[in-house]
Design a protein around this ligand. Structure first.
Ligand code: WT7
Length: 650
């Protein structure tokens, strides 16, 4: 299929357009047959009796009766092959240090650490929380935990102590893997200090962390508690390089990992992914997205703390024996061309990042891109938010020099890997800037209106997935009802994604952002209710409402309207305190852009805050019908407060 590379990617007729459509149609006509074949690309201890068990919807179970371990497919599979000597990770620290890790190195290290975990008493199905920065010990920890049949819960290292404690408590984790501190924009982030506060908070809620494994990243002094804390290097150095731990045979429908994501209540959801289903879907999607080849150097510029990193930095590339770049630091540190220097240094062929990162990099001007030789690039990917057509054009023309297709991938934490995206694998369909194009084979999305009817072409509706797929979640950890309600409550038996979407005449999908009370700040999902819950913890706050404001770089930023308790005077100090409360409860990613004080919030007669009205006022939109408001004067009040705020910023 070499000839497709020489075609302009935006040309109207594309030779494989119809081939794709036929293949997709066939794939969804019998999904069991389709996934049965796909799963055979992987290594299993025992194959399945049943491809799909649909006896208890929406708790679908994939490859029932099968046994495997994801380590078989990421590491053990490459022993005695040429891939064993290949680079698995080029790791680059923010401070310029680097490490080259082959598949052989990774295999040795994972076996040693697996043995250490067993010796520390970690058992099958135990939950292990991992709170690590972007260092090689993060994938090593994930692989070791899954190798011994335990379940990891990775918590993004940018989350606060309190956010960490909530996740430790919910997962009932007794073992925690962390690091001393790490550099971010040149300054140390003291992870271990956060860990100490989180452990105290968790203990107050009845969960005691018994063992803490600490990776030495920076070497700065940290609190270290003998008997509870263990240095990672001391643990692994006890074992010889030839130590081998057999990957535990896991049932296909066992839990592989939990990953928390924000929803429409104050409590994050522990999304559970399955061993066999996740493995199969991720393998298939990774291949579809990148047409991965032996000589590729793949760089997912994201954090392993999010699903993008789980799938596209750890499990996806390793299952394909691919070489992955892992960069620890901030995008423009110490200079605006850091990202481009990494592409040049490691001869990256596939770059995958978010529109937010692209908008940030673009701000500094094209000369920073053009300073570097980016000629090795062959595919450019994007994920996390809708990509603005002008950013798409910039990525295509300035970064890719008009030669690399843009693979816009729509998906979410719940789906395991991309669901709607063009593929260079079967031959690309013509690209349209801003559209993720078509579904992956085996995936059947649609756009429905409130009554469950398909919307006509060009009409906005809600994105759904009509048939089960192997990468679907097993459920929400400890909360099966919430799983049913959140994803299968709006439409009976159909997965509701929570996104607005529209399909055009040619069947292309255009994703239009969240339809629920969840924001996408710099590509990260943050629940407005989570932020409101944080604000009302402050003794001066009576009520709070958070909405997302469009932002030229981050896509959206949170703004909070706050009603103070009677007798409390608004002040700038109080604003600062409230911002701190949110940062301490969730993390710096949730920092409100502005806090405005009002006397009342727009509410319905039944007392529900009308975020729609609030958002309309704050974004200068049209407020629309206010007849359902309990007190329409709240609108004028808000307008006044917002105008005053804007004046104060001038
Ligand atoms: C939400 C899921 C998928 C990994 C990173 C985010 C939005 C994701 C796209 C895209 C438009 C997108 C959706 C989705 N989203 N990719 N290509 N175009 N929107 O995972 O944190 O679970 O967020 O991200 O709104 O629902 P997540």
């Amino acid at each position: 299929m070499g000839e497709i590379e020489n075609l302009p990617y935006k040309e109207k007729r594309y030779p494989y357009h119809n081939a794709y459509l036929d293949y997709w149609k066939k794939s969804i006509s019998n999904i069991e047959e389709f996934w049965d074949l796909k799963a055979r690309d992987l290594v299993w201890y025992k194959t399945w009796d049943n491809v799909l068990d649909s006896s208890n919807p929406p708790f679908y179970r994939w490859f029932v009766g099968a046994q495997t371990n994801i380590n078989l497919n990421t590491l053990d599979r490459w022993q005695n092959t040429l891939i064993f000597n290949k680079v698995a990770y080029y790791w680059e620290g923010e401070d310029g240090v680097s490490r080259v890790i082959t598949y052989r190195d990774l295999f040795k290290e994972v076996n040693k650490f697996s043995k250490a975990l067993i010796d520390l008493g970690v058992k099958e199905n135990d939950t292990v929380t991992i709170y690590l920065p972007m260092i090689p010990e993060l994938p090593i920890s994930m692989l070791s935990v899954t190798r011994i049949g335990a379940i990891h819960s990775v918590v993004f290292s940018g989350f606060s102590a309190e956010a960490l404690s909530t996740r430790i408590v919910d997962a009932k984790s007794k073992v925690l893997i962390t690091a001393d501190s790490y550099p971010r924009n040149g300054k140390p982030i003291e992870l271990k200090k956060n860990v100490e506060s989180a452990i105290k908070l968790a203990k107050d809620q009845g969960v005691e962390v018994e063992k803490v494994i600490v990776v030495k990243r920076s070497g700065l002094p940290i609190p270290f508690i003998e008997g509870r804390d263990y240095w990672y290097h001391e643990l692994v150095n006890k074992y010889s390089d030839s130590i081998y731990v057999k990957p535990v045979a896991r049932k296909s429908d066992d839990v592989l990992f939990i990953l928390y994501t924000s929803g429409t209540t104050g409590k994050p959801k522990g999304i559970m992914h399955s061993v066999g289903g996740y493995m199969t879907y991720v393998y298939h999607a990774f291949k579809w997205n990148w047409d991965i080849r032996p000589e590729d150097v793949h760089w997912t510029f994201a954090d392993v703390g999010w699903i993008t990193g789980h799938t596209y930095i750890v499990y996806g590339p390793l299952m394909h024996g691919a070489t992955e770049v892992m960069y620890e630091g901030a995008p423009v540190y110490p200079a605006p061309d850091r990202a481009w220097s990494i592409v040049e240094k490691y001869k990256v062929t596939i770059l995958y990042t978010s529109p937010t990162t692209l908008r940030l990099l673009r701000q500094y001007g094209d000369e920073f891109v053009n300073k570097h030789d980016l000629s090795t690039l062959r595919i450019l990917g994007t994920v996390g938010e809708p990509i603005n057509p002008d950013v798409w054009e910039w990525y295509f023309n300035v970064v890719g020099k008009g030669k690399c297709p843009i693979v816009d991938t729509w998906w979410m934490t719940e789906t395991s890997a991309s669901m709607i995206a063009p593929s260079p694998h079967l031959g690309l369909v013509p690209l349209k800037p801003g559209s993720a194009t078509y579904p992956l084979p085996g995936i059947e999305p649609d756009v429905l209106d409130d009554n469950g009817n398909q919307t006509p072409p060009g009409v906005k509706g809600y994105l759904v997935i009509k048939k089960p797929w192997p990468g679907m979640p097993l459920g929400i950890w400890g909360d099966p009802e919430r799983f049913v309600k959140t994803y299968f409550g709006k439409y009976q038996g159909i997965f509701y994604a929570g996104d607005y979407a529209v399909k055009d005449e040619e069947g292309y999908f255009w994703l239009l952002g969240r339809a629920d009370e969840v924001l996408k700040v710099a590509g990260h999902r943050i629940g407005t209710i989570e932020m409101e819950d944080a604000l009302i913890k402050h003794p001066s706050v009576a009520e709070a409402a958070v909405i997302g404001m469009p932002d030229p770089v981050k896509g959206e930023v949170p703004i909070a309207a706050v009603v103070l308790k009677s007798g409390v005077n608004p002040s700038n100090e109080l604003k600062k305190e409230l911002i701190e409360v949110v940062r301490n409860t969730i993390g710096p990613i949730a920092t409100p852009q502005a806090i405005i004080f009002v006397r009342k919030l727009p509410k319905t007669r039944s007392g529900k805050i009308m975020r729609r009205v609030l958002k309309a006022i704050l974004t200068n939109g049209i407020v629309g019908d206010t007849s359902t408001l309990e007190d329409p004067t709240s609108v004028d009040e808000l307008k006044r407060a917002w105008d005053e705020f804007k004046l104060s910023m001038k």
